[in-house]
Ligand binder design. Structure first.
Ligand code: PAP
Length: 326
């Protein structure tokens, strides 16, 4: 939930502040989700996070050995953060003293320009940095694709991503009217959802992964669900910390998978009870809302067949000829 992490705190782009404000005044905004959205560079961003995200492209300085976990929201960000963090820190801490036992996974990997990831704070982190973002490539500095850093992208079957988004947004609001499934569906299909249109987000990273497969790994939530061991091995190799033969023999890969599983993380006290107020108190995020069901195909329990067919047609139309399928 990069979009909910932090209050806007006057970050600015390299443009003089008055130019930024003049530009913002011209940008379209939409109400409907738990907080208003603003369209910036063809991407709908939470309006209260806009200035922070606008600053990322000009002021975030990627390093060659950065690992960036990029996700479309509600695609398993929490899971990917837990897996990548556990894989990359396993030489320093084991499963009995992992920071994940006492911190929500969202907290241990900072979002660039948002939760725990103020740009000046990121500058002070030692390399190699493990970072996260929901921003599409078009809103990240061009150096992300030239400096040699690695990006792991995770997306999800759009109907399930939508249902997860709808539930989450209705939990985020503080006393505001909930968004109906119909209204949320229409906005999502119109492309108006946090970090949407979803198809642009998926396709931008898909193209990056085809162009630079050594640097951009493209994953789907469903792939991790169906074969977590294979994905975890692939991820470790991609992060340059492959499992040794000894680790394989002693079952470390299985341990990573079970330690980061939905059940295991959801049952930790920190994820059952914790939470945080954001956006000047407009939003409250309960950690438990990041562990709703964790299932593939849950959309059938919420959407009508007609809605499902409409979304499938949209997905087919948007992804036609790209090689990306769900
Ligand atoms: P974000 O994009 O808002 O940062 P994200 O973690 O992607 O958060 O969203 C939560 C979704 O990931 C939830 O999906 P659901 O609503 O369909 O249930 C949540 O259950 C799922 N999730 C979180 N942790 C795990 C996990 N360890 N394994 C599988 N799914 C998980």
């Amino acid at each position: 939930m990069a979009q909910v992490e932090s209050e806007t705190k006057g970050s600015s782009t390299n443009e003089p502040e008055s130019n930024t404000e003049a530009l913002i005044a011209t940008l379209p905004t939409r109400e409907g989700w738990s907080t208003p959205l603003t369209l910036y560079n063809n991407c709908w961003l939470r309006s209260h996070m806009l200035r922070r995200f606008m600053a990322v492209r000009d002021n975030f300085k990627p390093r060659r050995d950065d690992i960036i976990l990029a996700t479309h929201p509600k695609s398993g960000t929490t899971w990917l953060k837990a897996l990548a963090f556990t894989i990359s820190t396993r030489s320093r801490c084991d499963f009995t003293d992992s920071p994940l036992l006492t911190n929500n996974p969202q907290r241990v990997v900072p979002f660039i320009g948002a939760m725990g990831g103020d740009l000046d704070v990121l500058e002070t982190l030692p390399s190699p940095r493990l970072l996260a973002t929901h921003l599409p490539p078009s809103l990240l500095p061009p150096a992300v694709s030239t400096v040699g850093c690695r990006v792991v992208y995770l997306c999800r079957e759009p109907k399930d991503a939508f249902v997860s988004r709808w539930h989450f947004d209705n939990k985020m609001g503080k006393g505001g009217a909930p968004i109906t499934l119909d209204d949320a569906f229409n906005m999502f299909c119109e492309g108006v959802s946090p970090f949407g249109p979803f198809w642009d987000h998926y396709l931008q990273y898909w193209k990056e992964s085809l162009a630079r497969p050594q640097e951009v790994m493209f994953l789907k939530y469903e792939e991790i669900v169906s074969d977590p061991l294979t994905v975890v091995r692939k991820l470790a190799s991609f992060l340059d910390v492959p499992f040794t033969e000894e680790e394989e023999k002693s079952g470390v890969v299985d341990q990573v998978v079970s330690f980061c599983s939905f059940e295991s993380l959801r049952n930790l006290d920190v994820n059952k009870t914790g939470g945080a107020e954001r956006a000047g108190g407009k939003i409250f995020i309960q950690h438990s809302s990041l562990f709703r069901k964790g299932k593939v195909g849950d959309w059938v329990n919420h959407m009508s067949n007609e809605m499902g067919e409409k979304m499938d047609r949209l997905v087919e139309e948007k992804f036609k000829g790209t090689g990306l399928e769900f």
